[in-house]
Design a protein around this ligand. Structure first.
Ligand code: URA
Length: 424
């Protein structure tokens, strides 16, 4: 087989054969197919799409490029959640211990932030001592003792995706539904979870800007999971405004701890409880303890503390705080009708919370705190946002990102997506 024949077939709108797909993923993983050839093929896929059978085979080949984890020895069912990424999306932090407190095991392999969306591992690393890298044996030990583990995927898991995702990132080929779906699902299936809830974000701060695109992605991923024997459901949820009030790393950990303590912003609490119920139902534990009770009685907080300690973190240590803060005042008095998720995400990124390249460091203390949410009344001149950074020279660029992101009207209601838009 030859890379050029495969590229030409997809370039001309054809359907790749199972043999062509298997050969491509194997050749790319072994370095026989060059990056420029894979980049050309990824662009042809982005432009011409893939059939359901092609996506299924492509995912299967990516899973087979590496190891597959196995949790069948655990005494409780496994269930996991994956979010397609957004601004202020810290849900994994309260969710994993909450679901464990209700009786399931949560083996969550998470990622780091890239661009304007944050990464769960970057957030957790703001806790002094917490370590993201665990061996498979350590992961099993934490899962057995605590019931939830959140850590980095080892290099042996779907290595084809690791290379391909880095290549797509620099060749303008991230935004392809077949490539996103197969990338996410190959990692989640290789992770070995028995059930999976997908949180597909919609809006300016998400990959998918429209409900129709998000539904197509959700249906593609649910199809792949189901075909691989993983009980998979998807929720389409709002990402037109930031989730919660905190956007960044340590600030999002602090907000997650508030939720685990029974408080926190109502949208974060509602989404956490909704996703927890879905995860438990998918794991066959619908009649287990209700997640709202596990937040109220402190059992989810107990699991959080044990989960953080098991990975070297000190759950009582003060979180890093920024050297510099800068208030952004409300431009007028009235109702806040727009606080654009993408703009707030870019502002937090420019303050140092995110990275532009994979190898860049992130600042634990950087981020944005939102003092009002769309629908709230605000007063002209009073702080609407507070920017946090260790490097004051970053503030001007963050303010530029917020240009046009805020709208206040004398009276009226914001036109927002419902928090949970649909279920697939
Ligand atoms: N997240 C992934 O893991 N892969 C993609 O392609 C996009 C988001």
């Amino acid at each position: 087989m030859d890379a050029i024949d495969v590229i030409r077939a997809k370039r001309d709108g054809g359907t790749l054969t199972p043999e062509q797909i298997d050969w491509t993923i194997d050749a790319y993983t072994r370095g026989v197919m060059a990056d420029e050839q894979m980049a050309a093929l990824a662009m042809a896929i982005l432009l011409n799409g893939m059939t359901r059978a092609e996506v299924a085979r492509w995912t299967e080949a990516m899973i087979r490029s590496g190891e597959r984890m196995d949790w069948s020895g655990l005494d409780r069912p496994t269930t996991d959640k994956h979010s397609t990424g957004g601004v202020g999306d810290k849900i994994t932090l309260p969710l994993a211990p909450l679901v464990a407190a209700c009786g399931a095991a949560v083996p969550q392999l998470s990622g780091r932030g890239l661009g304007h969306t944050g990464g769960t591992l970057d957030k957790l690393e703001s806790i002094p001592g917490w370590r993201a890298s665990l061996s498979p044996e350590e992961m099993l030990a934490v899962l057995t003792d605590v019931g939830a583990v959140v850590c980095a995927a080892g290099s042996g898991l779907a290595p084809a995706d690791r290379r391909l995702y880095a290549l797509r990132d620099v060749t303008g080929t991230v935004e392809s539904i077949p490539l996103i779906a197969s990338s996410i699902m190959s990692k989640k299936i290789a992770e070995g979870t028995g059930a999976l809830v997908l949180d597909v974000k919609v809006g300016s701060g998400a990959f998918m800007k429209t409900v129709d695109q998000a539904r197509e992605l959700a249906e593609t991923m649910v199809g792949i999971g189901t075909d691989h024997g993983v009980r998979t459901v998807a929720l389409l949820t709002a990402m037109d405004r930031p989730l919660g009030r905190a956007v960044g790393n340590a600030v999002e950990v602090a907000e997650s701890v508030e939720v685990l303590a029974g408080g926190g912003p109502s949208d974060v609490v509602e989404l956490t409880v909704t996703l927890a119920r879905e995860m438990l139902a998918a794991a066959g534990l619908a009649s287990a303890k209700d997640p709202a009770d596990a937040l109220a009685d402190g059992s989810a907080m107990d699991v959080w503390r044990r989960m953080i300690s098991a990975q070297g973190g000190d759950p009582d240590a003060p979180l890093p705080t920024a050297k510099e803060t800068h208030d952004v005042p409300a431009p007028a008095s009235g109702v806040l009708t727009r606080l654009d998720a993408y703009a707030v995400g870019v502002a937090a990124w420019r303050l140092g919370a995110g990275r532009a390249r994979k190898e860049d460091p992130v600042s634990a203390a950087a981020g944005v705190l939102c003092h009002a949410k769309p629908g709230d009344r605000v007063t002209a001149g009073r702080p609407l946002l507070t920017l946090h950074t260790d490097d004051p020279s970053r503030i001007d660029r963050a303010l530029e990102a917020l240009d046009g992101a805020i709208e206040v009207v004398p009276d009226g209601a914001p036109d927002l997506l419902p928090l949970v838009i649909d279920r697939v």
